[in-house]
Design a protein around this ligand. Structure first.
Ligand code: OSB
Ligand code: MG
Length: 412
């Protein structure tokens, strides 16, 4: 038994006796965000920028060729009056198809409900001493995770710059380089898909994920497997499959023959329960993306998969924007690590800034599978900073203070 198997087996025992949830909550409680001397939040500002994708990206829910990113800057001031500004990214899709957010909802929530908290003349902001203080400002807003995340990201960047250390170290992350995977959108034919796969293999990525949807799944996978029998390969259904449609279930079960690393979010984007039922029927591990929005959801799926004795069939994709905060993501990664559940960092087609933040996040020891950090070629015609470069499927975690992005063109 390897160490992760031993952790899963122990967790399954604890689940049977009803102790597992308590243990997982303890992991969360023992994890405290870094505390620092009081910092005043002077201002937060928002810069929406439309960015054109190098190539249109298609998933089961739709196709898009441009994105409006919402960049957030935040200026903190220490007790000696020294100011530091950080930057973060909110990276919603153009339409509420992946989750309920779009760049319009993100901008509305930011302008109407978040920014006013930073500028309330009657309630001047108290200096903050950890990320918890920041969260108190807008933590009452339910959902809208993509709207919130840019603010927390800007805070981490500012704090890292203030303390002179990279953000990954603020979270206790220890990796110096992270493994890189790529996500390939739906293509019209298996040939076109293979061309993209060839390109990604040439790039040297550590694993490839392809988008699938009903009717466009097994034949893609079969074609790729014939050419690349040993490639680390996974598929993403983006909520397009229905457990009550026998054809869908048959296709998902057929995928068992192609030793995929995982099937990501085949069923509805708010569903966890029926994913468990599906996981009883197929051997390929199920990876949850859309339906894990917070620590509670992660604990719930770990507990229910463990009770069934199939914890080895669960993987969690953490996207910091989807869970609303990097810190929430850190907690989920720690909890998964404690029970041997693999984790990787997903992507939202972020700009070079958001991708860099994801690389810092992937430096956590609990994030132990290759993440969606690169495209096949570049993501955007014109990016807002230099993208981190992958060499032999690895990206070095920046060592400069904050995110350490280079040649940022958003001025603040
Ligand atoms: O489901 O992981 C997803 C892109 C947009 C919305 C959802 C997803 C994706 C990707 C691309 O798969 C990941 C990336 O390269 O950023
Ligand atoms: Mg996904």
């Amino acid at each position: 038994m390897n160490p992760a198997e031993a952790l899963r087996s122990h967790a399954q025992e604890l689940a049977k006796s009803g102790e597992l949830r308590k243990q997982l909550l303890k992991v969360k409680e023992n994890l405290k965000p870094i505390e620092h001397s009081p910092m005043k939040i002077l201002d937060a500002r928002v810069f929406p920028i439309e960015m054109e994708l190098e190539k249109a990206f298609e998933t089961s829910f739709g196709r898009f060729d441009r994105m409006t990113k919402v960049f957030v800057t935040m200026t903190l001031e220490d007790q000696d009056g020294k100011k530091v500004t950080g930057i973060g990214e909110s990276s919603p899709l153009p339409f509420p198809w992946y989750d309920g957010e779009s760049h319009e909802t993100v901008l509305t929530v930011i302008n109407k409900h978040i920014l006013p908290k930073f500028r309330d003349e009657e309630k001047p902001l108290k200096p903050i001493m950890s990320v918890e203080g920041l969260k108190q400002l807008y933590g009452g807003i339910v959902g809208n995770n993509m709207a919130k995340v840019g603010f927390e990201a800007a805070y981490w960047d500012a704090l890292g710059k203030h303390l002179g250390i990279p953000v990954s170290q603020l979270w206790g992350a220890t990796r110096t380089e992270v493994e890189v995977g790529t996500s390939i959108g739906l293509e019209a034919t298996a040939e076109a898909m293979l061309e993209k796969v060839d390109q990604a293999v040439e790039q040297g990525v550590k694993r490839i994920k392809i988008k699938i949807k009903p009717g466009r799944d097994v034949y893609y996978v079969k074609a790729i497997r014939e050419k690349y029998p040993l490639l680390m390969l996974q598929v993403d259904g983006n909520a397009a499959y229905d457990l009550d449609n026998p054809e869908h279930v048959t296709a998902l079960a057929e995928l068992d023959d192609y030793h995929l690393t995982m099937i990501e979010q085949p069923l509805n984007n708010d569903d966890r329960h029926y994913h468990l039922e599906l996981s009883r029927k197929i051997r390929t591990p199920i990876c949850l993306d859309e339906s894990i929005l917070n620590v509670r959801h992660a604990i719930e799926v770990i507990e229910t998969w463990a009770k069934e004795g199939i914890l080895d069939r669960l993987v969690i994709n953490i996207k910091p924007p989807r869970v609303g905060e990097f810190w929430e993501g850190v907690q989920i990664a720690k909890i998964c690590e404690a029970v041997g559940v693999p984790v990787w960092c997903g992507g939202m087609l972020e700009s070079a800034l958001g991708k860099t933040a994801n690389v810092h996040f992937s430096a956590l020891s609990g994030v132990n599978m290759p993440g969606d950090h690169v495209s096949q070629g570049k993501y955007y015609k014109k990016d807002i900073a230099d993208p981190l470069e992958a060499v032999n499927g690895l990206i070095a975690v920046p060592t400069e203070p904050g995110w350490g992005v280079k040649n940022l063109t958003v001025s603040f």
